[in-house]
Write a protein that binds this ligand. Structure first.
Ligand code: AMP
Length: 586
């Protein structure tokens, strides 16, 4: 008989709950959100608050609020909250209790057993303390699982023989890296390093310092460092930091930041990356240390996996790609992967079928072509905007610059492939953005790539200073053969000073045919996507095992038909799925 064993990622900053039921993996929302801050507090009436509500009262009542209790697990010192002393186990138990209570509400059944994750470096005392916290919350902790092991489990590691994996985990307040070896279902953490005081919060602090400096320059005085001002600034800069993961620059305009003065500034991603680079270099030292402790070279790694919200920072991914010469995997949500791995482990222990996480990803890197002078002469190169393995839908922008004064137009060309030069990749399509304003060389052009679940890529180019923009929708499945001539034309158009008349004919005919998918096919793909979305929503609910299996089979066939471009087959699957959903949704 199957029994439900949930997975819990009891994190320093945030905690998550997930479960496998009837072979379906589900991340369970708590208070309407899949991520719950690991924060406990007391309100004015002395009532316990857990999660976002506790986090929100942090500035007003710091003495009634506890954050980051995980750092204290296993210590004998007491934690003061609302004038009373608590052990770290008791505070952790309150977090677990909230997850249990909310989870039971969502799942409609009692939660009695759990797999809880801990960092690989946790010693026996800290593991026991975590177990005790679980017991205090009324949970039987059937397994304490290492976080990197949970990540490996979520990626279905070990199904292909012996594998060496590196798990790079950068959260809000801690950094861990582990080398994990998996063979015949046995997972072993070979080495583990980290810094328990390094994470995304430090990046926020660097941005806060920068903003305070800009404020001082603008108003010729300091921003009063009151807890309210600092908290507000930290929230603003954390949001800006997250946007910089997808956008090349961020403009901030906050009115009356201190009650009287405005804060106005712009940060470019490059400048931000220079700020955080020294911190990331520290993490890379740990990576190399971990590899050398496990007696491995970067070339021995089968997979590098990213865990923790701060790994969404593109520089993190680029540095790892560069230093380890492999593409890191981030297709499973880095905030949820540990809870998912724990849930899969719980599922296996509870008698569910072996399960791994399936996600839609882009299998190829999508790049914009640009001229680089790093080769000593102008050379066309592909600048990646969406890296392979990015989960779909995905959207990101990068900034490019004109090469000559008064450049009137720029050719925007999207390529698919992993090679550095366009002639070795596939052209998906190109277009010109024309009538740019008269500006010196270096006029910034923002290029935005948005890729949907059906592989349709919307490319938008915009002149940053005027907002002038142009878009095209390109079908990544319909990528033509390598078009070196088009690439050569790009180079010419990019380095020419004045554009001759008759530029309209510069649209490549190949790109046009690639970008204009027949209307029926578009409709078919949209219908397939909508059906898949409905089917997936249904799978999250209570569905009989036989129906769930049938839905999953059709989902798989729908994806396969799109991959193989069998439109007739896709139409058949759409019809069957539509009938099935009609019957089941009722
Ligand atoms: P975790 O401890 O894994 O929940 O990670 C939380 C950290 O990830 C915080 O510092 C967040 O600001 C950071 N974070 C979340 N989303 C992003 C993003 N899109 N880009 C950069 N950092 C992020």
């Amino acid at each position: 008989m199957k029994e439900m064993i949930v997975g819990i990622d009891l994190g320093t900053t945030n905690s998550e709950l997930a479960v496998v039921r009837e072979d379906v993996l589900q991340v369970v929302p708590v208070h309407g959100n899949v991520i719950m801050p690991s924060c406990v507090g007391l309100d004015l009436a002395g009532k316990i608050l857990v999660g976002r509500s506790a986090r929100n009262q942090m500035i007003a009542s710091p003495e009634d609020t506890v954050l980051s209790v995980k750092r204290k697990m296993g210590e004998t010192s007491k934690i003061l909250m609302g004038g009373k002393e608590y052990s770290p186990e008791e505070i952790s138990a309150l977090i677990l209790l909230e997850l249990k209570k909310e989870g039971e509400k969502q799942l409609g059944q009692p939660i009695a057993k759990a797999v809880i994750t801990v960092p690989a470096y946790f010693d026996d005392i800290r593991r026991k303390a975590t177990q005790t916290a679980g017991r205090l919350a009324g949970l039987e902790v059937v397994r304490i699982l290492n976080e990197p092991t949970a990540a490996a489990v979520a990626y279905g590691a070990g199904s292909r023989g012996q594998e060496n994996l590196l798990v790079y985990d950068l959260g809000g307040g801690t950094f861990d890296v582990s080398v994990v070896q998996v063979e015949a279902g046995v997972v072993e953490v070979k080495s583990s390093h980290g810094d328990t005081r390094l994470g995304g919060d430090d990046f926020d602090q660097l941005l806060v310092d920068y903003a305070r400096e800009e404020f001082r320059k603008m108003h010729h005085k300091e921003l009063a460092p009151t807890p309210q001002n600092l908290r507000r600034l930290k929230d603003i800069m954390e949001k800006a930091k997250c946007r910089l993961s997808d956008e090349p620059y961020v403009r901030i305009r906050e009115e009356f930041i201190d009650g009287r003065n405005h804060l106005e500034l712009e940060i470019e991603r490059y400048a931000y990356e220079q700020m955080i680079l020294p911190l990331l270099e520290k993490t890379l030292e740990c990576v190399h240390q971990s590899l050398s402790d496990a007696r491995l070279n970067p070339g021995d790694l089968h997979k590098v996996m990213l865990v923790g919200g701060a790994t969404r920072t593109p520089l993190v991914q680029n540095l790892l790609r560069d230093r380890l010469q492999t593409d890191p995997h981030f297709e499973i949500d880095p905030d949820l992967i540990v809870a998912m791995g724990a849930a899969i482990q719980g599922g296996v222990l509870g008698g569910e079928k072996q399960h791994s996480v399936l996600v839609d990803i882009t299998p190829h890197t999508l790049s914009m072509v640009a001229v680089s002078d790093q080769y000593g002469y102008p050379r066309l190169v592909c600048v990646p905007i969406l890296h392979r393995n990015t989960p779909l839908p995905a959207a990101k922008s990068e900034i490019f610059q004109t090469m000559v004064d008064n450049q009137k137009e720029v050719q925007v060309a999207a390529y698919q492939g992993e090679e550095p030069f366009p002639e070795d990749n596939r052209l998906i399509g190109d277009f010109m953005i024309e009538n740019l304003s008269r500006a010196p060389a270096g006029n910034p052009i923002t290029v935005h790539f948005a890729l949907d679940l059906n592989g349709m890529l919307k490319v938008t180019a915009a002149e940053k200073n005027t907002g002038l923009s142009k878009s095209a929708v390109l079908d990544t499945h319909a990528a033509g053969v390598i078009d070196f001539e088009a690439a050569r034309r790009n180079l010419k158009s990019l380095i020419r000073e004045e554009e001759p008349e008759g530029t309209a004919d510069r649209f490549s005919s190949k790109a046009e045919s690639a970008s204009e998918a027949p209307a029926e096919r578009q409709e078919l793909l949209i219908a397939a996507k909508d059906l898949r979305r409905r089917a997936e929503a249904l799978l999250q609910k209570e569905v009989a095992a036989g129906d769930a299996e049938e839905i999953r089979k059709h989902l798989q066939e729908s994806r396969q038909a799109i991959e193989e471009r069998r439109w007739g087959r896709l139409q058949e699957i759409n019809d069957t799925l539509s009938d099935l959903l009609f019957y089941l949704e009722d």
